[in-house]
Ligand binder design. Structure first.
Ligand code: HAM
Length: 430
């Protein structure tokens, strides 16, 4: 016989148990309700995709693709990866299903698990959850940029995620925005930045030194205390934006102002995914320690084309559900598990059948009912009803069954009344 062995969830992966799961459900429900009011529709995406899809969109040199993906050879030897994020999949689906022919902007939201092999810590997991949304807008080549329209979409998307998290009860969060330029101006800035970094190379740690070559923008993300003064003195992208990017960023700020949305411009907000251009944003929340970004997003005009689709503009965000839940719990906004409305305490040969019938009738009427399947003395059964926090105990003994009644006990004050079985739901509702 094989040896008995206990199992634990793999490192960085966790179970979400009641009562926490009730808060998860509530957050997801708020997201669906709020997103529907902005006329977004649900898209359900696969959990794994061709590895190449992420390499091309998120970027082969990014940490996510370079170090953190769960990649494996499928049986036909093709390389597939568990999705580290969902924007690439949304864009793939948009192209695959010809969604550019749909009327108006295509506005989609998704929720579900993502996978990144990062070092686990508070608020950072290897399987984590995102609630995200994307807006895709066809952008024919011969039509010039409409900055006010594009910035209006950016601001609406930002407004939507803020309404969502505020309706969940989050307070004290901060919206950070930036523009990281476009294909024209960013490469020039990156070279200016690289040159400045080379000049201060000795003052940087090994990670940042490596990034001078691979991805200088990521140096701005560094949280290393010893590098902060050096980074603050580096050239800033705002001084190197082209005319179009400057105009877009100015418009974005006007659009946020119009919506009375408070923000901070954070020139170091570059984000770790290659597909961004112009607008980037993040929302940080208190109580999360170093992993305090609850939401990240930005504009990705050109990504659809890069993946073989027609010229299209895109903007979206993903909110880290695990982190939002943590922040809500830290702020004392955790959901309380909903106790049962009724507990059926039954005893006697004929009472079980009546208990089954009463439980079904109450459930059909929408009540949450706990029906024990062990016959118990009333004292023990009512003790359990108390520990489960049931609102009412429905007591069924041989006498009640014979009379077609139940004894209804209100657990809060212990008051009891005899009620006809047929009228029970009405009494619970009162
Ligand atoms: P991201 O910044 O990589 O962006 O992730 C978005 C959010 O997911 C983060 O702000 C964080 O709350 C959460 N998150 C990321 N990694 C972890 C982790 N290991 N554990 C827990 N939470 C995590 C994206 O994924 C983009 N696809 C967002 C986007 C959509 N941009 C445009 N459209």
């Amino acid at each position: 016989m094989s040896e008995v062995r206990k199992f634990q969830a793999v490192s960085g992966v966790r179970d979400i148990l009641p009562p926490d799961s009730a808060l998860w459900n509530r957050v997801e429900e708020v997201a669906r309700n709020v997103f529907a009011t902005y006329d977004f529709s649900d898209i359900r995406l696969p959990i794994f995709e061709e590895t190449e899809l992420f390499a091309r969109s998120v970027g082969a040199a990014s940490d996510i693709v370079g170090k953190e993906m769960y990649t494996f050879a499928d049986r036909d030897d093709s390389s597939v990866s568990l999705r580290p994020e969902a924007t690439a999949s949304v864009v793939r689906a948009y192209i695959e299903h010809g969604m550019h022919t749909l009327a108006g902007d295509v506005k989609l939201y998704y929720m579900g698990p993502m996978f990144r092999r990062e070092r686990p810590q508070k608020g950072r997991y290897r399987q984590f959850y995102q609630i995200g949304a994307e807006v895709l807008t066809p952008a024919p080549k011969d039509v010039p940029d409409n900055f006010s329209r594009d910035a209006g979409i950016d601001a609406d998307v930002i407004e939507m995620v803020l309404v969502f998290i505020e309706r969940c009860g989050l307070v004290g969060h901060t919206l950070h925005i930036n523009s990281i330029g476009c294909r024209d101006c960013r490469p020039k800035y990156v070279e200016v930045l690289r040159a400045a970094l080379v000049a201060v190379k000795d003052k940087l740690g090994p990670d940042s030194q490596r990034r001078i070559e691979t991805n200088p923008l990521r140096v701005l993300d560094s949280k290393l205390e010893s590098e902060q003064a050096v980074i603050e003195a580096l050239p800033r992208i705002a001084d190197h934006l082209c005319e179009a990017c400057r105009e877009h960023f100015k418009m974005l700020q006007a659009m946020l102002f119009m919506r009375q949305i408070a923000y901070e411009v954070n020139w170091r907000l570059v984000r770790g995914l290659d597909y961004y251009m112009r607008t980037t944003f993040e929302i940080t929340a208190p109580g999360l320690g170093s992993q305090n970004a609850v939401c990240g997003g930005g504009r990705y005009d050109g990504l659809v084309e890069l993946l073989g689709g027609p010229p299209t503009k895109g903007i979206g965000f993903a909110l880290g559900t695990d982190r939002l839940i943590l922040a809500l719990q830290e702020a004392g906004k955790g959901a309380v598990a909903k106790p049962p409305d009724a507990y059926i305490a039954w005893m006697g040969a004929s009472a079980y059948g009546a208990a089954v019938r009463v439980a079904r009738a109450l459930r059909d009427a929408g009540f949450a009912v706990e029906l024990p399947h062990d016959e118990m003395k009333f004292k023990k059964s009512l003790g359990l009803a108390g520990r489960l926090n049931a609102r009412y105990a429905v007591i069924l003994g041989d006498n009640e069954v014979a009379a077609g009644t139940v004894t209804l006990k209100r657990m809060a004050d212990g008051s009891q009344q005899t009620v006809p079985e047929a009228g029970l739901a009405g009494h619970l509702r009162a």
